[in-house]
Design a protein around this ligand. Structure first.
Ligand code: NDP
Length: 478
């Protein structure tokens, strides 16, 4: 198949005006930290320093929680839902208006292709605010009692893979239900959360309703362990999720955890191969595989294994890796040096344990953090690359003969966040969906998200649901 050569098509970054340094957003204003500490955020594609960001210590977290408490008691929880809705609609509209700027900023700070931040992340961010704005004055019809009450101050900690989208998943339902929030973005991707703080100012959101404290893991720990926090919402690794569950167990805090995954993408012999291959690619190479629900384990029925693999290899050879701001780029940069080291280490383990590694010919840029799209075949269930979350563009391929074997292998994981099924038979889809222990099961598609649809895990993938009507429950006293 001929490979087309594309001229560069870079998105201009002039729409973004980066400040040299950013303060903490507490009580409606940007300001310094108590101890004056700061860290730098870089572009993972070039290692260029983008800005200096203030590091919040325990005293700053305390100020933020106090501001959120005051706003909760005196303003936000007492405001009628229809008034809260107006603010949320205003925020949603400003996000839509500033969509291009936010998309460029997200790609700069995170390394994801502009095609994804522009067409997936930011439209979904706006959609979440529009959706939960609609719930704010209808909570009594949500099925949680005639007069559902908010919980109080929410402490929210989010990861770096979908920075602004994870913020929207957390803040939109919290505010719609009448809670106030203190949110900590990931250390490597704080810039869109700080742009969101500006949007709160632009929307005239009352001071203290949203507070953004930037910093690393210690800031997150200070937030979730703060006694003034009533509700903890966390998305990130299972390891940190367990620490948070332990810290909150002796308290009255309500906790939701959205953790890791090792999803099976199951392809049956009657599946349309070309569509399935697109779904496999979207399942694991979307966002460089930095996706908790990524289809990182491909289970192919043995009778079509050679055909699917040949087609997959051909398709991978057409993926374009490089500048995240180029509109033709499919695979961007790995988010950090630490994540790149983890992907390399687990891939080396895969080879050492006997699996066969393959990547298409692909030139990696010299600067920045990069890893080529990679497939491992000859993988057994005992291999670490079949069990552990790699969180990178690495696919482990296994085979099966019968639907029962597919279910057994798909469920043979400590996780249970998502799964995919590819077949022409509706009855087989339903049979599989009722047996797969996963919060989301996609049929003949993968990695599709919508604010109306609940999302969350089984087993070590966490508990609680985000999104849809179910997502309200986490922020109501029910
Ligand atoms: P973490 O779970 O460490 O980070 C998630 C968020 O929690 C970040 O904001 C982080 O801050 C913060 N945090 C870290 N330690 C604590 C703590 N003790 N208390 C409260 N908050 C804390 O994920 P990593 O970024 O370290 O990634 C490690 C692995 O986790 C990845 O390789 C991947 O496998 C998995 N992961 C899964 C995600 C998912 O969506 N399921 C998302 C991200 C990672 P900071 O980043 O500033 O240190």
């Amino acid at each position: 198949m001929p490979k087309f050569e594309y001229a560069p098509a870079p998105e201009s970054r002039s729409i973004v005006s980066l400040r040299e340094s950013y303060g903490l957003f507490i009580n409606g204003e940007f300001g310094p930290s108590v101890d004056g500490r700061a860290f730098k955020t870089i572009s993972p594609a070039t290692e260029e320093v983008l800005a200096e960001v203030t590091e919040a210590g325990p005293a700053d977290v305390d100020r933020a929680v106090t501001a959120a408490r005051k706003a909760y008691e005196h303003t936000w929880s007492a405001m009628p839902g229809r008034e809260r809705a107006k603010y949320l609609f205003r925020i949603a509209r400003i996000i839509a208006e500033r969509a291009r700027e936010l998309a460029v900023l997200e790609s700069l700070d995170n390394g994801k292709p502009i095609r994804e931040s522009r067409d997936v992340d930011i439209p979904l961010v706006a959609a979440h605010f529009f959706y939960y704005a609609g719930w704010a004055d209808k909570l009594e019809y949500a099925g949680y009692g005639p007069a559902p009450r908010p919980i109080g101050v929410a402490g929210q900690v989010i990861p770096w893979n979908f920075p602004l989208l994870m913020l929207a998943w957390k803040i939109a339902p919290a505010l719609a239900c009448g809670n106030t929030v203190v949110l900590k973005p990931a250390e490597t991707t704080p810039l869109t959360a700080l742009a969101f703080a500006e949007i709160c100012q632009q929307a005239d959101l009352p001071p203290g309703v949203v507070n953004i404290v930037t910093g690393a893991g210690e800031t997150g720990r200070a937030l979730v362990e703060h006694p003034g926090v009533d509700k903890v919402a966390f998305t990130g690794s299972t390891e940190v999720g367990k620490q948070i569950a332990r810290a909150c167990a002796p308290t009255r805090k309500k906790v939701t955890l959205e953790l890791g995954g090792k999803a099976a993408n199951v392809v049956f012999e009657d599946a349309p191969v070309d569509q399935a291959v697109e779904g496999i690619v979207n399942g694991i190479f979307f966002n460089q595989g930095h996706v908790c629900c990524a289809g990182s384990r491909l289970l192919v029925q043995e009778s079509v294994y050679s055909e699917v693999l040949a087609s997959l290899r051909r398709r991978l050879a057409t993926l374009r890796l490089g500048d995240p701001l180029d509109k033709n780029t499919d695979v961007g940069a790995i988010n950090s040096a630490a994540q790149l080291a983890k992907i390399r280490e687990l891939s080396d383990v895969g080879e050492a344990e006997g699996a066969e590694r393959w990547s298409p010919p692909c030139e990696l840029p010299v600067k920045g953090f990069w890893f080529p799209p990679t497939i491992f075949t000859g993988v057994s269930q005992a291999h670490r690359i079949a069990r552990e979350e790699i969180f990178g563009p690495v696919l482990s391929v296994l085979t099966f003969r019968t639907p029962a074997e597919a279910v057994e292998k798909a469920n043979n994981t400590p996780y249970g966040l998502s799964a995919g099924v590819w077949t022409e038979k509706g009855s087989l889809i339903l049979w599989m969906a009722s047996r797969l222990r996963a919060g989301v099961v996609w049929a003949n598609t993968f990695n599709k998200f919508d604010p109306t649809s609940p999302f969350g895990g089984y087993k070590e993938s966490g508990y609680g649901r985000e999104g849809g009507r179910h997502g309200l429950e986490a922020y109501l006293n029910v």
